[in-house]
Design a protein around this ligand. Structure first.
Ligand SMILES: *[C@@H]1O[C@H](CO)[C@@H](O)[C@H](O)[C@H]1NC(C)=O
Ligand SMILES: *[C@@H]1O[C@H](CO)[C@@H](O)[C@H](O)[C@H]1NC(C)=O
Ligand SMILES: *[C@@H]1O[C@H](CO)[C@@H](O)[C@H](O)[C@H]1NC(C)=O
Ligand SMILES: *[C@@H]1O[C@H](CO)[C@@H](O)[C@H](O)[C@H]1NC(C)=O
Length: 641
C-alpha cells in the first residue's frame, strides 16, 4: 500500500514536471527520459536531451535502468497479470555490423544486479548462475549481438526470451513479418532505432515479442511467441527495466522511449518527441591500415575543431596524422571493409599462417620499436558473424616457429630469443591480471607467437581464449590446445586456468631455448618429450647442454639458466607449484634466480601420468605424440606446429 502510494506521489510529481510521461499506476510513457526518474546504475546516464545512454564506449561494463516503483505482476489469486511494453532502442558501435554484447528488457525481483557480470551475461546473471534455471526469478528479453556457444546462441543478431538463464528458452534471428507475411531481417546493431514490444497475455499464458524498425507500425505477427506461465517465473512485486553490457567492442546502447502498461496494451510512443541517436564521430582510421583519407571525410572533419588540428599537423607530416587518430580514438577500432580492403580481401598470398587466425599484411605506416616488450596482445580486433578478427601491427616476420625450425631462416640470437620471451610473458601477464576479467589464452606455443620487423614477439591466435572473472572458478570446458603444451590437469578435467597457460608457457620457454618442439619423434618413431630431456640435464646440473646448437655457444649463460629453470618450474605437474605470470615476468625482468622446484619424480611425464591416472581420468590421450588425438567426444586437439 505504501509502495503504491509513494509511486503515485512520484508519478504525480512527474506529471507536474513532464506531462508526457505519466498515467495511472502500472502504466507509464517516456518519450525521452529527461523526467523519467529511472533508477540507474553502472554506465547508465540520461543525457540533457533525454536520451538514456545505457552504455558508452567502455569495454566489459554493464548498466541498468529500472522503473523506480515496484509493480505487482501477480493478481490477488496469484495468477500472472497481462502486461505490455514497447521501447525504442539503438545500438551504435564504431564497427559495421559488429557490437558487443547486447541489451535486455528485464523483469526482476530487485533493481540491485550488482553481482551480475558484463559481457555475455548482459548485466543480468553471472558466471555462477549464468545457465542455471533454478531460482532467481528473472525474466529477460534479450537483444543479443554476439554468438555465445556456451549459451547455445543461434547467431550474433537475435532476440531471445531468457528465464533465469542466459540460455534462451526461445530465440529468433532479429527481424519482423511484414503484412505480406514475408520475413524481413533486421540488424540489431545497424545504428538505427528500432522498436520492440513484449506482450504477455495472462489468460492465454502467452508471451509475444515483436521487433520492427521505427517507421513501421506494429507487425501483426510477432517475431517470437512462447507459451509460459509467468506466475511460476516472476516474483511479486517486480521491477521492470533494462540491462545492457559491453564486452571488448566499444558499443553504445541507447534507449529513446519506453511505454508500459499492466492489464492493457502499452500506450503508443510519439516518435516525433523521441530524442535523437547521436551520430558516431568521424570514422576512426588506424595507422595499421593504409587507407587514404577520402577528401569527403577530410571536409566533414574540417567542420569540427579537431580537423583544424589534424590539418595543421597534416601539413607537417602525413604519418603523424595517423598517430593522432590513433590516440584520439583508441587502438581498437576497425571497420570490416577497411580491413578487407587493406589486406586485399584475405587473399592467400597475404597469409602469414593458417589456424585460428590469418596473418595480416600492413601496407604502410611507421613503426617504432617499443622500449620494453609491449604487453598489448593485439592492436585491435573485430568480430563479424561468428568470426573474431584480430588486427596486429604488421607482423613482418611471421610466426616464431618458423625461425626456430625452418633452417632457411636466419638463426635467432639469444638476445632476440630473450626479448621475444619477455614480450610473450608480459602479454600473458596482461591477459591474466590486467584485464577486468581473466583471459586464459589456452594455446600458448611458438607458432602462435608473431614477430614484427624488429622481432618483437606478440602472442596471437585467441581462437581458444576464454574470459572469466578474477577469483571465479573456471567452468569445465572442452579440452583444447596443442599436445606437448597441455597441462596434466587440463587433460584430466578440461579446466583451462592461468596455471594451464603457465604450463604451456613453460613448454614454450624450453622450445625457444632448445630450438626443439615439445614432443618430437626419435629414429624409431617413439615420442621424445623435450621437458624430460631438459629436466634430466637440469638434475645433472648441465642445463646448458640443451641449448639450441645453432646458437653456437653464443649466449648469456646466466640468462639461459634462468629461463630453463623458469621453464621447468612452469612445467611442474602440480598447478599450485607453478609460478604466476607476474612471478615469471618479475624473474625475467630482474634476473633474480628461480627457486629449484624440480620434483622427485623420475620424470615429469611420469608424474604427469600419475596425476592423470591418479584422478581416474578417462581423458588420457592414447598417443603422446604431436598428432591429433581425441580424448572425449567433444575434445579437440590441434597438431603442434
Ligand atoms: C562512460 O561512463 C562512465 C560512467 O558514467 C564514465 O566514468 C566514463 O568516463 C564514460 N566513458 C566514456 C568513454 O564516455
Ligand atoms: C546491492 O547488493 C550488494 C550485495 O549483493 C550490496 O553489497 C550493495 O550494497 C547493494 N547495493 C545497493 C545500492 O543496494
Ligand atoms: C554471482 O552472484 C552471486 C550473488 O548474486 C555472488 O554470490 C557470486 O559471487 C557471483 N559470482 C561471480 C562469479 O561473480
Ligand atoms: C544468481 O545467484 C545468486 C546467488 O548465488 C542469487 O542471489 C540470484 O538470485 C541468482 N540469480 C538467478 C537468476 O538465478
Amino acid at each position: 500500500m505504501l509502495a503504491r502510494f509513494s509511486s503515485l506521489v512520484v508519478l504525480v510529481l512527474l506529471l507536474v514536471i513532464h506531462a508526457a510521461s505519466v498515467a495511472a499506476d502500472g502504466q507509464f510513457v517516456h518519450q525521452g527520459f529527461a523526467a523519467a526518474g529511472l533508477a540507474l546504475d553502472g554506465l547508465a546516464v540520461v543525457t540533457p536531451d533525454g536520451l538514456l545512454a545505457l552504455t558508452n564506449a567502455t569495454d566489459q561494463a554493464k548498466a541498468h535502468a529500472f522503473h523506480p516503483a515496484p509493480l505487482h505482476f501477480l493478481s490477488e489469486s496469484a495468477a500472472a497479470r497481462s502486461f505490455s511494453t514497447c521501447f525504442v532502442f539503438a545500438i551504435v558501435s564504431p564497427y559495421d555490423e559488429l557490437s558487443s554484447h547486447g541489451l535486455a528488457f528485464v523483469v526482476s525481483p530487485t533493481t540491485n544486479l550488482s553481482t551480475a557480470n558484463a559481457g555475455q551475461y548482459l548485466g543480468i546473471l553471472n558466471a555462477t548462475n549464468g545457465t542455471s534455471t533454478a531460482g532467481g526469478r528473472i525474466l529477460s528479453v534479450e537483444l543479443d549481438t554476439i554468438t555465445d556457444a556456451e549459451f547455445h546462441d543461434i547467431n550474433s543478431n537475435h532476440v531471445g526470451v531468457d528465464v533465469n538463464s542466459m540460455i534462451s528458452a526461445q530465440a529468433r534471428p532479429a527481424g519482423y513479418y511484414g503484412d505480406d507475411g514475408a520475413f524481413r531481417e533486421l540488424s540489431l546493431n545497424s545504428r538505427k532505432s528500432m522498436q520492440l514490444w513484449v506482450d504477455y497475455d495472462g489468460e492465454a499464458r502467452q508471451l509475444d515479442v515483436t521487433l520492427a524498425p521505427v517507421q513501421v507500425s506494429k507487425p501483426k505477427r510477432p517475431l517470437l511467441s512462447m507459451a509460459i506461465d509467468l506466475s511460476t517465473v516472476v516474483a511479486d512485486p517486480v521491477y521492470v527495466g533494462f540491462s545492457a553490457a559491453t564486452g571488448v567492442l566499444l558499443t553504445h546502447h541507447y534507449m529513446l522511449g519506453w511505454s508500459f502498461s499492466l492489464d492493457g496494451p502499452a500506450p503508443p510512443l510519439d516518435f516525433s518527441k523521441l530524442p535523437v541517436v547521436p551520430r558516431l564521430g568521424p570514422k576512426p582510421r588506424s595507422k595499421v591500415l593504409y587507407v587514404a583519407l577520402p577528401l569527403a571525410t577530410a571536409l566533414l572533419v574540417a567542420a569540427s575543431l579537431a580537423a583544424v588540428l589534424v590539418i595543421a599537423r597534416r601539413r607537417r607530416r602525413y604519418a603523424e596524422v595517423r598517430e593522432d587518430w590513433e590516440e584520439e580514438f583508441g587502438p581498437h577500432r576497425f571497420a570490416y571493409k577497411d580491413l578487407f580492403r587493406a589486406i586485399d580481401g584475405f587473399e592467400d598470398r597475404n597469409l602469414l599462417g593458417v589456424g585460428g587466425g590469418k596473418g595480416v599484411r600492413r601496407r604502410g605506416g611507421e613503426h617504432r620499436p617499443p622500449s620494453t616488450p609491449e604487453p598489448r596482445p593485439a592492436a585491435g580486433l573485430l568480430r563479424r558473424r561468428g568470426e573474431l578478427l584480430l588486427v596486429y601491427d604488421y607482423m613482418a616476420n611471421g610466426s616464431l616457429d618458423r625461425f626456430l625450425y625452418d633452417r632457411s631462416r636466419p638463426v635467432l640470437s639469444w638476445h632476440q630469443r630473450h626479448w621475444i620471451i619477455r614480450g610473450v610473458a608480459s602479454g600473458l601477464l596482461y591477459l591474466h591480471e590486467d584485464w577486468e576479467q581473466v583471459v586464459v589464452h589456452r594455446d600458448v606455443k611458438a607458432s602462435n607467437v608473431l614477430l614484427d620487423r624488429e622481432m618483437n614477439g606478440r602472442l596471437g591466435d585467441f581462437g581458444l581464449a576464454r574470459l572469466y572473472d578474477h577469483g571465479a572458478d573456471p567452468q569445465t570446458t572442452r579440452v583444447v590446445g596443442t599436445m606437448g603444451y597441455l597441462a596434466p590437469e587440463l587433460v584430466r578435467d578440461g579446466k583451462a586456468t592461468p596455471a594451464t597457460d603457465v604450463f604451456a608457457f613453460g613448454a614454450f620457454l624450453l622450445e625457444v631455448v632448445c630450438g626443439r618442439r615439445p614432443i618430437e619423434r626419435d629414429g624409431h618413431g617413439d615420442p621424445v618429450v623435450l621437458a624430460d630431456r631438459v629436466i634430466e640435464r637440469h638434475r645433472g646440473g648441465s642445463v646448458l647442454d640443451v641449448v639450441d646448437p645453432r646458437l653456437a655457444g653464443s649466449y648469456d649463460a646466466a640468462e639461459v639458466t634462468l629461463v630453463v629453470n623458469l621453464g621447468v618450474m612452469c612445467l611442474h605437474p602440480w598447478p599450485d607449484v607453478r609460478p604466476s605470470m607476474r612471478k615469471v615476468v618479475h624473474c625475467l625482468d630482474s634476473g633474480q634466480p628461480v627457486p629449484d622446484v624440480s620434483p622427485s619424480y623420475s620424470s615429469y611425464s611420469m608424474a604427469t601420468l600419475m596425476q592423470i591416472q591418479g584422478f581416474g581420468s578417462h581423458a588420457m590421450p592414447h598417443d603422446q605424440s604431436a598428432t591429433s588425438v581425441g580424448a572425449s567426444s567433444s575434445t579437440v586437439f590441434s597438431e603442434g606446429r
